[in-house]
Design a protein around this ligand. Structure first.
Ligand code: ADP
Length: 420
Protein backbone atom coordinates (compact mmCIF):
# COMPACT_ATOMS: atom_id res chain seq x y z
CA UNK A 1 0.00 0.00 0.00
CA UNK A 2 2.75 2.45 0.99
CA UNK A 3 4.87 1.49 -2.05
CA UNK A 4 1.88 1.95 -4.37
CA UNK A 5 1.10 5.35 -2.84
CA UNK A 6 4.70 6.52 -3.02
CA UNK A 7 4.98 5.45 -6.66
CA UNK A 8 1.92 7.43 -7.56
CA UNK A 9 3.29 10.42 -5.63
CA UNK A 10 6.52 10.31 -7.65
CA UNK A 11 4.57 10.07 -10.87
CA UNK A 12 2.58 13.10 -9.77
CA UNK A 13 5.80 14.89 -8.92
CA UNK A 14 7.40 14.11 -12.28
CA UNK A 15 4.26 15.17 -14.10
CA UNK A 16 4.12 18.40 -12.09
CA UNK A 17 7.79 19.16 -12.77
CA UNK A 18 7.22 18.72 -16.50
CA UNK A 19 4.22 21.07 -16.44
CA UNK A 20 6.08 23.58 -14.31
CA UNK A 21 9.09 23.79 -16.58
CA UNK A 22 6.80 24.49 -19.56
CA UNK A 23 5.19 27.46 -17.77
CA UNK A 24 6.64 30.89 -18.60
CA UNK A 25 5.09 33.19 -16.04
CA UNK A 26 7.11 33.07 -12.81
CA UNK A 27 4.22 33.87 -10.50
CA UNK A 28 2.10 31.11 -12.01
CA UNK A 29 4.94 28.61 -11.60
CA UNK A 30 5.47 29.56 -7.96
CA UNK A 31 1.74 29.28 -7.21
CA UNK A 32 1.73 25.86 -8.91
CA UNK A 33 4.78 24.79 -6.88
CA UNK A 34 2.98 25.47 -3.58
CA UNK A 35 -0.24 23.79 -4.66
CA UNK A 36 1.69 20.68 -5.80
CA UNK A 37 3.73 20.83 -2.57
CA UNK A 38 0.67 20.87 -0.31
CA UNK A 39 -1.09 18.19 -2.37
CA UNK A 40 1.82 15.74 -2.52
CA UNK A 41 2.78 16.14 1.15
CA UNK A 42 -0.83 16.06 2.32
CA UNK A 43 -0.50 19.47 3.92
CA UNK A 44 -3.18 22.08 4.50
CA UNK A 45 -1.13 24.84 2.86
CA UNK A 46 2.33 25.68 1.52
CA UNK A 47 4.18 28.91 0.83
CA UNK A 48 7.40 30.30 -0.65
CA UNK A 49 9.42 33.02 1.06
CA UNK A 50 12.20 34.97 -0.57
CA UNK A 51 14.99 36.83 1.22
CA UNK A 52 15.05 40.50 0.27
CA UNK A 53 18.35 42.23 0.77
CA UNK A 54 16.70 45.64 0.77
CA UNK A 55 15.09 45.14 4.21
CA UNK A 56 16.84 41.95 5.43
CA UNK A 57 13.52 40.10 5.81
CA UNK A 58 11.78 37.15 4.18
CA UNK A 59 8.82 38.08 1.96
CA UNK A 60 6.01 35.78 0.83
CA UNK A 61 6.28 35.26 -2.93
CA UNK A 62 3.66 32.54 -3.14
CA UNK A 63 0.92 31.78 -0.65
CA UNK A 64 -2.48 30.02 -0.72
CA UNK A 65 -4.94 32.11 -2.74
CA UNK A 66 -7.22 32.77 0.27
CA UNK A 67 -4.31 34.23 2.30
CA UNK A 68 -2.33 35.73 -0.54
CA UNK A 69 -3.40 39.37 -0.25
CA UNK A 70 -2.80 39.64 3.49
CA UNK A 71 0.48 37.68 3.32
CA UNK A 72 2.05 39.72 0.55
CA UNK A 73 2.68 42.68 2.85
CA UNK A 74 4.03 40.57 5.73
CA UNK A 75 7.74 40.55 6.56
CA UNK A 76 9.23 37.60 8.40
CA UNK A 77 12.33 38.33 10.51
CA UNK A 78 15.31 36.12 9.74
CA UNK A 79 16.45 35.88 13.37
CA UNK A 80 13.12 34.97 14.96
CA UNK A 81 11.36 32.52 12.69
CA UNK A 82 11.50 28.92 11.54
CA UNK A 83 11.79 30.04 7.90
CA UNK A 84 14.59 32.39 8.98
CA UNK A 85 16.46 29.54 10.72
CA UNK A 86 16.19 27.41 7.56
CA UNK A 87 17.32 30.36 5.45
CA UNK A 88 20.34 31.03 7.69
CA UNK A 89 21.38 27.39 8.12
CA UNK A 90 20.45 26.28 4.58
CA UNK A 91 19.11 23.03 6.06
CA UNK A 92 15.64 21.41 6.03
CA UNK A 93 13.69 21.53 9.29
CA UNK A 94 10.66 19.55 10.52
CA UNK A 95 8.69 20.90 13.48
CA UNK A 96 5.84 18.67 14.57
CA UNK A 97 4.43 21.10 17.11
CA UNK A 98 5.29 24.75 16.61
CA UNK A 99 3.99 25.66 20.08
CA UNK A 100 6.98 23.78 21.50
CA UNK A 101 9.49 25.70 19.40
CA UNK A 102 10.48 29.21 20.36
CA UNK A 103 11.72 29.98 16.85
CA UNK A 104 8.10 29.99 15.68
CA UNK A 105 6.98 33.46 14.51
CA UNK A 106 3.29 33.63 15.40
CA UNK A 107 2.51 37.01 13.84
CA UNK A 108 1.79 35.53 10.44
CA UNK A 109 -0.91 33.28 11.96
CA UNK A 110 -2.43 36.27 13.75
CA UNK A 111 -2.41 38.39 10.60
CA UNK A 112 -4.08 35.79 8.38
CA UNK A 113 -6.22 34.14 11.10
CA UNK A 114 -4.73 30.70 10.69
CA UNK A 115 -3.36 28.14 13.09
CA UNK A 116 -0.05 26.52 12.30
CA UNK A 117 0.61 23.20 14.00
CA UNK A 118 3.41 21.50 12.08
CA UNK A 119 5.93 22.78 9.51
CA UNK A 120 8.28 21.21 7.01
CA UNK A 121 10.64 23.91 5.71
CA UNK A 122 13.19 23.42 2.92
CA UNK A 123 15.87 25.93 1.83
CA UNK A 124 15.83 27.18 -1.76
CA UNK A 125 19.42 26.80 -2.89
CA UNK A 126 21.14 28.29 -5.90
CA UNK A 127 24.71 26.99 -6.24
CA UNK A 128 24.85 26.39 -2.50
CA UNK A 129 23.54 29.85 -1.68
CA UNK A 130 20.18 30.10 0.07
CA UNK A 131 17.73 32.51 -1.57
CA UNK A 132 14.50 31.59 0.19
CA UNK A 133 12.39 28.89 1.84
CA UNK A 134 9.60 26.53 0.77
CA UNK A 135 7.26 25.55 3.59
CA UNK A 136 4.54 22.92 3.85
CA UNK A 137 2.23 23.49 6.82
CA UNK A 138 -0.06 21.19 8.86
CA UNK A 139 0.19 17.66 7.52
CA UNK A 140 -3.41 16.45 7.68
CA UNK A 141 -4.66 14.40 10.61
CA UNK A 142 -1.71 15.64 12.63
CA UNK A 143 0.44 13.05 10.84
CA UNK A 144 4.25 13.45 10.97
CA UNK A 145 6.23 14.74 8.02
CA UNK A 146 8.45 11.93 6.75
CA UNK A 147 11.49 11.37 4.56
CA UNK A 148 9.42 11.16 1.40
CA UNK A 149 7.83 14.54 2.13
CA UNK A 150 11.33 16.00 2.46
CA UNK A 151 12.36 14.54 -0.92
CA UNK A 152 9.21 15.86 -2.60
CA UNK A 153 9.69 19.36 -1.20
CA UNK A 154 13.41 19.35 -2.03
CA UNK A 155 12.60 18.48 -5.65
CA UNK A 156 10.03 21.26 -5.86
CA UNK A 157 12.39 23.63 -4.02
CA UNK A 158 15.05 23.18 -6.71
CA UNK A 159 12.54 24.36 -9.32
CA UNK A 160 11.41 27.30 -7.18
CA UNK A 161 15.03 28.29 -6.47
CA UNK A 162 15.71 28.57 -10.21
CA UNK A 163 12.68 30.79 -10.64
CA UNK A 164 13.81 33.05 -7.79
CA UNK A 165 17.25 33.27 -9.33
CA UNK A 166 15.77 34.15 -12.73
CA UNK A 167 13.56 36.80 -11.14
CA UNK A 168 16.61 38.31 -9.49
CA UNK A 169 18.58 38.29 -12.73
CA UNK A 170 15.69 39.90 -14.60
CA UNK A 171 15.36 42.55 -11.92
CA UNK A 172 19.08 43.29 -12.11
CA UNK A 173 18.97 43.53 -15.92
CA UNK A 174 16.01 45.93 -15.69
CA UNK A 175 17.83 48.05 -13.11
CA UNK A 176 20.97 48.13 -15.26
CA UNK A 177 18.90 49.03 -18.30
CA UNK A 178 17.26 51.88 -16.37
CA UNK A 179 20.69 53.12 -15.23
CA UNK A 180 22.01 52.94 -18.82
CA UNK A 181 18.96 54.82 -20.10
CA UNK A 182 19.49 57.51 -17.48
CA UNK A 183 23.16 57.89 -18.47
CA UNK A 184 22.24 57.98 -22.15
CA UNK A 185 19.69 60.73 -21.44
CA UNK A 186 22.28 62.70 -19.44
CA UNK A 187 24.76 62.35 -22.29
CA UNK A 188 22.15 63.55 -24.80
CA UNK A 189 21.20 66.53 -22.62
CA UNK A 190 24.84 67.42 -22.11
CA UNK A 191 25.57 67.29 -25.84
CA UNK A 192 22.48 69.34 -26.67
CA UNK A 193 23.21 72.03 -24.06
CA UNK A 194 26.97 72.16 -24.63
CA UNK A 195 26.74 72.42 -28.40
CA UNK A 196 24.02 75.06 -28.17
CA UNK A 197 25.87 77.15 -25.59
CA UNK A 198 29.24 76.92 -27.37
CA UNK A 199 28.00 77.82 -30.82
CA UNK A 200 27.27 81.52 -30.18
CA UNK A 201 30.55 82.57 -28.47
CA UNK A 202 32.49 80.54 -30.99
CA UNK A 203 30.76 82.29 -33.86
CA UNK A 204 31.77 85.60 -32.27
CA UNK A 205 35.40 84.51 -31.85
CA UNK A 206 35.67 83.40 -35.48
CA UNK A 207 33.80 86.47 -36.78
CA UNK A 208 35.83 89.02 -34.82
CA UNK A 209 39.18 87.38 -35.52
CA UNK A 210 38.37 87.25 -39.23
CA UNK A 211 37.56 90.97 -39.08
CA UNK A 212 40.74 91.74 -37.09
CA UNK A 213 42.83 89.85 -39.64
CA UNK A 214 41.58 92.25 -42.30
CA UNK A 215 42.55 95.37 -40.38
CA UNK A 216 45.67 94.35 -38.49
CA UNK A 217 49.30 94.50 -39.69
CA UNK A 218 50.58 91.46 -41.54
CA UNK A 219 53.05 90.49 -38.82
CA UNK A 220 50.09 89.37 -36.63
CA UNK A 221 48.31 87.38 -39.37
CA UNK A 222 49.88 84.10 -38.32
CA UNK A 223 48.48 84.30 -34.77
CA UNK A 224 45.06 85.27 -36.07
CA UNK A 225 45.14 82.43 -38.60
CA UNK A 226 45.80 80.04 -35.71
CA UNK A 227 42.82 81.46 -33.78
CA UNK A 228 40.58 81.21 -36.85
CA UNK A 229 41.60 77.67 -37.77
CA UNK A 230 41.35 76.47 -34.16
CA UNK A 231 37.91 78.08 -33.96
CA UNK A 232 36.92 76.32 -37.19
CA UNK A 233 38.07 72.99 -35.72
CA UNK A 234 35.95 73.57 -32.61
CA UNK A 235 33.02 74.53 -34.82
CA UNK A 236 33.39 71.29 -36.75
CA UNK A 237 33.36 69.27 -33.52
CA UNK A 238 30.23 71.06 -32.32
CA UNK A 239 28.52 70.57 -35.69
CA UNK A 240 29.39 66.87 -35.62
CA UNK A 241 28.03 66.53 -32.10
CA UNK A 242 24.75 68.22 -32.88
CA UNK A 243 24.37 66.37 -36.20
CA UNK A 244 24.44 63.00 -34.44
CA UNK A 245 22.30 64.37 -31.63
CA UNK A 246 19.65 65.71 -34.02
CA UNK A 247 19.52 62.42 -35.83
CA UNK A 248 19.07 60.46 -32.62
CA UNK A 249 16.37 62.74 -31.28
CA UNK A 250 14.54 62.56 -34.61
CA UNK A 251 15.10 66.30 -35.23
CA UNK A 252 17.28 65.75 -38.32
CA UNK A 253 15.72 66.43 -41.67
CA UNK A 254 17.00 66.43 -45.21
CA UNK A 255 16.26 68.81 -48.03
CA UNK A 256 15.92 66.73 -51.18
CA UNK A 257 17.22 68.31 -54.37
CA UNK A 258 18.79 67.04 -57.59
CA UNK A 259 22.57 67.38 -57.52
CA UNK A 260 25.63 66.03 -59.28
CA UNK A 261 27.38 63.42 -57.14
CA UNK A 262 30.57 63.52 -59.29
CA UNK A 263 30.81 67.30 -58.73
CA UNK A 264 30.27 66.92 -55.00
CA UNK A 265 33.07 64.35 -54.89
CA UNK A 266 35.41 66.67 -56.82
CA UNK A 267 34.64 69.62 -54.54
CA UNK A 268 35.38 67.55 -51.47
CA UNK A 269 38.62 66.20 -52.88
CA UNK A 270 39.68 69.78 -53.67
CA UNK A 271 38.98 70.77 -50.06
CA UNK A 272 41.46 68.14 -48.85
CA UNK A 273 44.05 68.61 -51.57
CA UNK A 274 46.25 70.84 -49.41
CA UNK A 275 46.15 68.54 -46.39
CA UNK A 276 46.97 65.58 -48.68
CA UNK A 277 49.84 67.48 -50.31
CA UNK A 278 51.32 68.32 -46.90
CA UNK A 279 51.39 64.59 -46.13
CA UNK A 280 52.48 63.63 -49.65
CA UNK A 281 49.32 61.54 -50.02
CA UNK A 282 47.92 61.41 -53.53
CA UNK A 283 44.25 61.20 -54.63
CA UNK A 284 43.24 58.96 -57.55
CA UNK A 285 39.70 59.36 -58.80
CA UNK A 286 37.69 57.02 -60.98
CA UNK A 287 34.24 58.44 -61.68
CA UNK A 288 32.55 55.88 -63.90
CA UNK A 289 29.40 57.98 -64.52
CA UNK A 290 30.40 61.67 -64.73
CA UNK A 291 26.79 62.75 -65.50
CA UNK A 292 25.16 61.02 -62.58
CA UNK A 293 22.47 63.09 -60.88
CA UNK A 294 21.11 62.13 -57.50
CA UNK A 295 18.19 63.32 -55.46
CA UNK A 296 19.29 64.12 -51.92
CA UNK A 297 20.74 66.64 -49.52
CA UNK A 298 24.11 67.49 -51.09
CA UNK A 299 25.30 69.31 -47.99
CA UNK A 300 24.76 66.29 -45.77
CA UNK A 301 26.26 63.83 -48.21
CA UNK A 302 29.19 66.25 -48.52
CA UNK A 303 29.71 66.02 -44.73
CA UNK A 304 29.89 62.21 -44.98
CA UNK A 305 32.28 62.36 -47.92
CA UNK A 306 34.45 64.96 -46.19
CA UNK A 307 34.74 62.86 -43.02
CA UNK A 308 35.73 59.76 -45.00
CA UNK A 309 38.30 61.65 -47.08
CA UNK A 310 39.70 63.34 -43.98
CA UNK A 311 40.18 59.95 -42.28
CA UNK A 312 41.69 58.40 -45.42
CA UNK A 313 44.35 61.13 -45.47
CA UNK A 314 44.84 61.19 -41.69
CA UNK A 315 45.34 57.44 -41.35
CA UNK A 316 47.62 57.03 -44.36
CA UNK A 317 51.36 57.47 -44.03
CA UNK A 318 53.49 59.79 -46.13
CA UNK A 319 53.62 58.80 -49.78
CA UNK A 320 50.34 56.85 -49.47
CA UNK A 321 47.43 56.73 -51.90
CA UNK A 322 43.71 57.34 -51.64
CA UNK A 323 41.44 56.02 -54.41
CA UNK A 324 37.92 57.38 -54.87
CA UNK A 325 35.70 55.27 -57.08
CA UNK A 326 32.16 56.21 -58.01
CA UNK A 327 29.98 53.80 -59.91
CA UNK A 328 26.37 53.02 -60.54
CA UNK A 329 24.90 49.68 -59.49
CA UNK A 330 21.23 48.70 -59.93
CA UNK A 331 19.16 51.26 -58.02
CA UNK A 332 22.13 52.85 -56.26
CA UNK A 333 25.17 55.04 -56.63
CA UNK A 334 28.19 53.54 -54.93
CA UNK A 335 31.16 55.52 -53.66
CA UNK A 336 34.25 53.77 -52.32
CA UNK A 337 37.18 55.50 -50.64
CA UNK A 338 40.17 53.20 -50.49
CA UNK A 339 43.46 53.95 -48.77
CA UNK A 340 46.70 52.07 -48.30
CA UNK A 341 47.08 53.41 -44.76
CA UNK A 342 47.41 51.88 -41.30
CA UNK A 343 44.22 49.77 -41.50
CA UNK A 344 41.98 48.63 -38.65
CA UNK A 345 41.97 45.33 -36.74
CA UNK A 346 39.04 42.91 -37.20
CA UNK A 347 38.27 43.39 -33.50
CA UNK A 348 37.94 47.18 -33.78
CA UNK A 349 36.18 47.26 -37.16
CA UNK A 350 32.63 46.55 -35.89
CA UNK A 351 32.85 49.53 -33.49
CA UNK A 352 34.27 52.33 -35.59
CA UNK A 353 30.85 53.75 -36.55
CA UNK A 354 29.90 54.11 -32.88
CA UNK A 355 29.84 57.59 -31.37
CA UNK A 356 33.07 58.68 -29.67
CA UNK A 357 34.81 55.47 -30.73
CA UNK A 358 38.49 55.70 -31.49
CA UNK A 359 40.87 52.87 -32.09
CA UNK A 360 43.40 53.14 -29.30
CA UNK A 361 46.95 53.14 -30.45
CA UNK A 362 49.80 55.57 -30.41
CA UNK A 363 49.23 56.14 -34.11
CA UNK A 364 45.61 57.23 -33.78
CA UNK A 365 46.29 59.30 -30.69
CA UNK A 366 48.37 61.61 -32.82
CA UNK A 367 45.20 62.29 -34.77
CA UNK A 368 43.04 64.88 -33.06
CA UNK A 369 39.52 63.67 -33.78
CA UNK A 370 36.75 62.96 -31.31
CA UNK A 371 35.59 59.62 -32.68
CA UNK A 372 32.56 61.29 -34.24
CA UNK A 373 33.42 61.52 -37.95
CA UNK A 374 32.24 58.06 -38.92
CA UNK A 375 29.09 58.11 -36.80
CA UNK A 376 28.17 61.41 -38.46
CA UNK A 377 28.88 59.94 -41.91
CA UNK A 378 26.67 56.96 -41.06
CA UNK A 379 23.85 59.26 -39.93
CA UNK A 380 24.06 61.31 -43.12
CA UNK A 381 24.02 58.30 -45.41
CA UNK A 382 21.28 56.48 -43.51
CA UNK A 383 19.12 59.62 -43.50
CA UNK A 384 19.03 59.15 -47.27
CA UNK A 385 18.02 55.50 -46.99
CA UNK A 386 21.59 54.54 -47.85
CA UNK A 387 24.08 52.16 -46.32
CA UNK A 388 27.69 52.59 -45.27
CA UNK A 389 30.30 50.02 -44.33
CA UNK A 390 34.03 49.45 -43.96
CA UNK A 391 36.50 46.72 -44.76
CA UNK A 392 40.08 46.78 -43.64
CA UNK A 393 43.29 44.86 -43.24
CA UNK A 394 45.65 46.01 -40.53
CA UNK A 395 48.82 47.44 -42.01
CA UNK A 396 47.48 47.27 -45.57
CA UNK A 397 44.65 49.79 -45.73
CA UNK A 398 40.93 50.37 -45.51
CA UNK A 399 37.96 50.72 -47.78
CA UNK A 400 34.95 52.78 -46.76
CA UNK A 401 32.00 52.53 -49.11
CA UNK A 402 28.45 53.84 -49.20
CA UNK A 403 25.37 53.33 -51.31
CA UNK A 404 22.80 56.03 -52.04
CA UNK A 405 19.41 55.35 -53.67
CA UNK A 406 19.28 56.76 -57.20
CA UNK A 407 15.81 58.29 -57.04
CA UNK A 408 13.16 59.36 -54.59
CA UNK A 409 11.02 56.18 -54.93
CA UNK A 410 14.04 54.13 -54.23
CA UNK A 411 14.90 56.43 -51.34
CA UNK A 412 11.42 56.12 -49.79
CA UNK A 413 11.46 52.34 -50.09
CA UNK A 414 14.94 52.12 -48.65
CA UNK A 415 13.98 54.49 -45.84
CA UNK A 416 11.06 52.24 -44.93
CA UNK A 417 13.35 49.22 -44.80
CA UNK A 418 15.88 51.21 -42.78
CA UNK A 419 13.29 52.30 -40.23
CA UNK A 420 11.93 48.82 -39.60
P1 ADP B 1 37.72 60.64 -35.57
O1 ADP B 1 36.87 61.82 -35.85
O2 ADP B 1 38.33 60.62 -34.23
O3 ADP B 1 38.66 60.31 -36.67
P2 ADP B 1 36.00 58.66 -36.67
O4 ADP B 1 34.64 58.32 -36.20
O5 ADP B 1 36.10 59.37 -37.96
O6 ADP B 1 36.71 59.43 -35.49
O7 ADP B 1 36.86 57.34 -36.76
C1 ADP B 1 36.86 56.45 -35.68
C2 ADP B 1 38.14 55.67 -35.66
O8 ADP B 1 38.18 54.79 -36.78
C3 ADP B 1 39.38 56.52 -35.80
O9 ADP B 1 39.81 56.98 -34.54
C4 ADP B 1 40.37 55.58 -36.43
O10 ADP B 1 40.99 54.82 -35.43
C5 ADP B 1 39.50 54.63 -37.25
N1 ADP B 1 39.52 54.99 -38.69
C6 ADP B 1 38.63 55.73 -39.37
N2 ADP B 1 38.96 55.82 -40.68
C7 ADP B 1 40.10 55.13 -40.83
C8 ADP B 1 40.96 54.82 -41.93
N3 ADP B 1 40.69 55.26 -43.17
N4 ADP B 1 42.05 54.06 -41.72
C9 ADP B 1 42.31 53.59 -40.47
N5 ADP B 1 41.55 53.83 -39.39
C10 ADP B 1 40.47 54.59 -39.56
Amino acid sequence: MTIKKSLSNREHLLESMRTLSAELDYQTVLQSVISVASKLTNSEVASILKYEEADGHLHFLAAPWFQKDSMQSLRVPVDESIAGWVYQHAEPLVIQDVKEDKRFYSEVDQAVKFQTNSILAIPLLVQGRCVGVLEAINKVNRAHYNGEDVIILETLASQAALILENMDLEQRVTQMQAATDRLEQMKKDFIAIASHELRTPLGLIIGHSTFLREVIEEEHHEQLDTIISSGAKLKEIIENLSNVQNFQSGAASIRMKKFSLPNLIKENIDAFQEKAKDKKVSFHTDIKHPDLLLEGDAEKIGIALGNLLKNAVSFTSEGGHVFIIMEQIPGYAKVAIIDDGIGITAKELPHIFERFYQVESHLTRQHGGMGLGLSVAKVMIELHGGKIWAESILGKGSQFAFLLPLDRDQFNAAERVFQH
